[in-house]
Design a protein around this ligand. Structure first.
Ligand code: AMP
Length: 358
């Protein structure tokens, strides 16, 4: 289990801002990145090499993997056939099991719940019969979510009464879905956990997350989560990482219900670096990006401790037009992703506003 020496090349499936920030972190450690994406630009602008080809082109994926020392990924919808093709030519970390579980809400909820970890009540909705059965099992108010390809609140419809379920299923074009019971949470938190090749686990401090129009708006650290519950949240994330035999950074999104017997309910897992961990770039010695690179390259993990308080704010769409004012702010770090057009809802960058640690 030897570490890849500086000069080695990490292949990244996916070419968005997460791949870009992974490439920058790798470069700082003397490692190169080769980005494989179906569109040019993005992460490829800062990587040592790039391939632009469809993920469905398994021959291209295999050739890419054959030219690098290890393969990782920066989005959870990497087709499993592409991950398998990459795995034939290079180690792939995290392994494809994490992808298979995270790509499908039903598998994800079943997997987490089988570990004895609380999730929202859920039932599969595949057809009229299972739809009606789900209503009986879950009750009249909930959220119908597609099993696959949902993100940032897309692919889901809120149900307020029984009559709304059938039209909601039609709105989702009868895609295989899950009906979830509503969780009356006080707020949402996420745990960024990193697991090394040798199985060592470290977690970052837990941010409080707010959303706007279904998209992450801010992550603030420290969160008001009491220490005992923060420890429980970290244990839950560690247990999931271990059960997946995971290598790298895993994001675990949770609902927090302070007075419930089980105060932390897992909503979603993201088998990659996560938007709610972008604050680690400036408030920690080792960012989530560097620790992901360290883990997949077989290096020792870096410290996850935090030296500052911080609020990360996403710059969505035209928020980025204020880049000059943002760049002039004191005690802040601006990160722009180099995307050409500021479409509404598009993540264009983020700003980390720091304060001395309280
Ligand atoms: P998701 O795409 O699963 O991350 O859901 C997007 C957002 O919808 C979450 O961040 C929550 O704010 C809300 N949400 C999702 N599932 C539930 C639930 N079961 N109960 C209450 N709110 C939810």
């Amino acid at each position: 289990m030897s570490a890849l020496p500086p000069g080695s090349t990490i292949g990244i499936l996916g070419g968005g801002q997460l791949g870009r920030m992974l490439s920058l972190a790798a470069a700082r450690l003397g490692l190169k990145c080769h980005v494989y994406s179906d569109v040019p630009g993005g992460a490829a602008d800062v990587a040592a090499a790039s391939t632009v080809a469809p993920y469905e082109n398994t021959n291209a994926v295999r050739a890419f993997a054959g030219s690098v020392d290890v393969v990782t990924y920066e989005f959870e919808n990497v087709p499993l056939a592409a991950a398998a093709a990459a795995g034939e030519a290079a180690p792939i970390r995290p392994g494809p099991k994490a992808l298979a579980v995270a790509q499908d809400r039903l598998k994800e909820k079943s997997f987490v719940s089988a570990l004895g970890i609380p999730v929202a009540p859920f039932a599969a909705v595949d057809d009229d019969a299972s739809r009606d059965a789900a209503l009986l099992a879950i009750g009249e108010s909930g959220i119908l979510k597609t099993r696959r390809f949902g993100y940032d609140g897309k692919g889901q419809v809120r149900i307020r009464n029984a009559a709304e379920l059938a039209p909601a299923f039609e709105t989702l074009r009868r895609a295989p879905s899950v009906l979830e019971g509503l969780v009356p949470f006080a707020y949402e938190v996420s745990v960024l956990v990193v697991r090394s090749l040798a199985g060592e686990i470290r977690t970052y401090d837990i941010p409080l997350n707010t959303h706007k129009d279904g998209i992450l708006d801010t992550s603030t650290v420290p969160s008001p989560l009491p220490p005992a519950h923060a420890a429980r949240a970290s244990d839950i994330a560690g247990a999931i990482a271990t059960a997946l035999d995971y290598v790298g950074v895993l994001g675990v999104e949770m609902f927090y219900l302070p007075d419930a017997p089980e105060p932390l309910v897992v909503n979603e897992i993201a088998p990659r670096v996560h938007n709610s961990g972008h604050w680690t770039m400036d408030a920690c010695l080792t960012s989530q990006f560097e620790n992901h690179i360290r883990a997949v390259a077989g290096w020792p993990l870096g410290p996850t401790g935090r030296h500052s308080d911080v609020t990360m704010t996403n710059l969505i769409g035209h928020d980025v037009d204020h880049w000059q004012a943002l760049a002039a702010e004191p005690d802040s770090a601006l990160h722009l992703y180099g995307k050409p057009d500021a479409r509404p809802g598009r993540k264009m960058g983020h700003i980390n506003r720091l304060k001395p640690r309280t």
